[in-house]
Design a protein around this ligand. Structure first.
Ligand code: UDX
Length: 445
């Protein structure tokens, strides 16, 4: 099949590359000429395991190419895939400027009938807007389908090649057949819906996953007060097939390019139809507050943070990505600075991106985990990179000036801590001091 993908962000680039690997002829389009030049040279503008190799393989095979020329590129396609960004506006609504702009440009360029497949996350009703735009601007018939994307950063290629399901929302039988044909090599689990339901499925899925995370984070906060261990609680809950074990890892809250944006957007979508999504508003609030637990714990141990040197391991919003969008590390480091501390930060790959967000005289970006931890008054682990897991708590203690470890991702076990003198605070688990668990709190009933 011949495909043109508009937008070479995570969704567009990974989808385009994976479709080319399935044997389709794919042209990827982006307005940013630097990005396209980079891709033409076989370089990848984002860090995503396995992507570079696939780009190289499929470019060499002549199935994959990159261009800035949208009007030329769309002529080639049976299906045009819209995968441009829908960032948040200041009020939390999704900004549709790019997607409607791209649709307009396509409408003015096409010289024959086309299928438009929207992969960008868009509010309910947007695909109808796009369809109307085509009707107004073009004489050629166009079938629009909403086919939301569920890939995760860091495992984007694997997720795209092995999806749990494909959702296809369209009123057009022709589009339905072609899109089914395109996805059949990936899965048999293809769900056909109307357009609005497909648009809603994406928001509802992300909102539900965000809810699971905020839920377990609140359970963790209660566990800390009643002396229970959230990892055991989550495991015990997860065996129940109705609950499931995934997305029950307590930590410092979710970040990234999707959950924060999509939860806000869904609250706005509901608001537009006079519905207050109270549950989701609380999910967002809990998530915002969860990251400050790191500061509260540091203050419990160090009292006053002013003048202290704090090491931070992990700047990306999660491991295996260099993405720092809405990373909890930003607000945590900003709070540390606000409290008068200085920060020594290290991330295996996200430092250059993070430095663009925060370039401050009191933040030293280090080139190794050891350099960051050396002589610090406390270490905060904010992203669960395997590189950090490989460092023993005994080693961490040897590097630190004072033996204080705040583990925001529950990386280290009781056994590993048993032979150290660390003061260790994690999330929803008993604190440790000198290798010994702190006493279970007295309950007053
Ligand atoms: C998410 C969705 O998973 C994906 O389906 C959608 O297409 C885009 O948004 P992504 O943002 O790449 O993907 O990362 P994900 O692995 O879902 O993690 C999101 C955030 O939640 C991270 O900050 C992560 O640390 C946090 N998280 C995840 C937890 O705190 N606990 C968990 O149990 C799982």
């Amino acid at each position: 099949m011949k495909l043109t993908v508009i937008g070479t962000g995570y969704v567009g680039l990974v989808s385009g590359v994976c479709f080319s690997d399935l044997g389709n002829e794919v042209v990827c389009v982006d307005k940013l000429s630097e990005k396209i030049e980079l891709l033409q040279q076989g370089e990848v503008p984002i860090y995503e395991p396995g992507l570079k190799e696939l780009i190289q393989k499929n470019t060499e095979a002549g199935r994959l190419s990159f261009t800035t020329d949208l009007s030329e590129a769309v002529q080639h396609a049976d299906i045009i895939i819209l995968a441009v960004g829908t960032p948040s506006l200041a009020n939390g609504e999704a900004d549709l400027t790019y997607i409607l702009g791209a649709a307009q440009e396509i409408a003015l360029s096409i010289k024959g009938p086309k299928i438009i497949m929207t992969k960008s996350t868009v509010p309910v009703g947007t695909n109808e807007k796009i369809e109307n735009q085509f009707k107004q601007l073009s004489v050629h018939p166009v079938a629009v389908a909403s086919v939301p994307e569920f890939l995760r950063e860091g495992s984007a290629v694997r997720d795209t090649m092995n999806p749990d399901r494909i959702v296809v929302g369209t009123e057009s039988e022709a589009a339905r057949q072609r899109i089914e044909e395109l996805h059949r090599p990936l899965t048999d689990q293809i769900l056909f819906t109307d357009v609005r339901s497909a648009e809603m499925i994406k928001y509802a899925s992300n909102a539900f996953l965000a809810t699971k995370i905020s839920f377990i984070n609140e359970i963790a906060n209660i566990c800390e007060k009643v002396g229970a261990d959230v990892t055991m609680v989550a495991e015990g809950m997860g065996y129940d097939k109705r609950i499931g074990s995934s997305f029950l890892k307590a930590g410092i809250g979710y970040g990234g390019s999707c959950f924060p944006k999509d939860t806000q957007a869904l609250i706005q979508i509901a608001g537009h139809v006079d519905y207050e999504f109270k549950l989701l508003k609380s999910v967002v609030e809990v998530n915002r507050d969860q990251r400050y637990n790191v500061i509260r714990k540091l203050e419990t141990i160090l009292d006053d943070l002013s003048g202290k040197s704090i090491a931070v391991w992990g700047l990306a919003f999660k491991p295996e990505t260099d993405d720092v969008r809405d990373s909890p590390a930003f607000e945590i480091i900003a709070s540390l600075l606000h409290c008068g501390a200085s920060v020594k930060a290290y991330d295996p790959i996200a430092t250059p991106n993070f430095r663009k967000l925060l370039d401050h005289s009191k933040v030293e970006y280090c080139s190794s985990a050891q350099e960051a931890a050396q002589n610090a008054d406390a270490l905060c682990v904010l992203t669960e990179w395997s590189e950090f897991r490989a460092v023993s708590p005994a080693m961490i203690q040897a590097w630190l000036r004072r033996p204080n470890l705040i583990d925001g991702r529950n990386m280290y076990s009781e056994e590993e801590l048993a032979n150290t003198e660390l003061i260790y605070y994690s999330v929803g688990r008993p604190n440790m001091n000198n290798g010994v668990k702190e006493q279970t709190p007295q309950l007053s009933f």
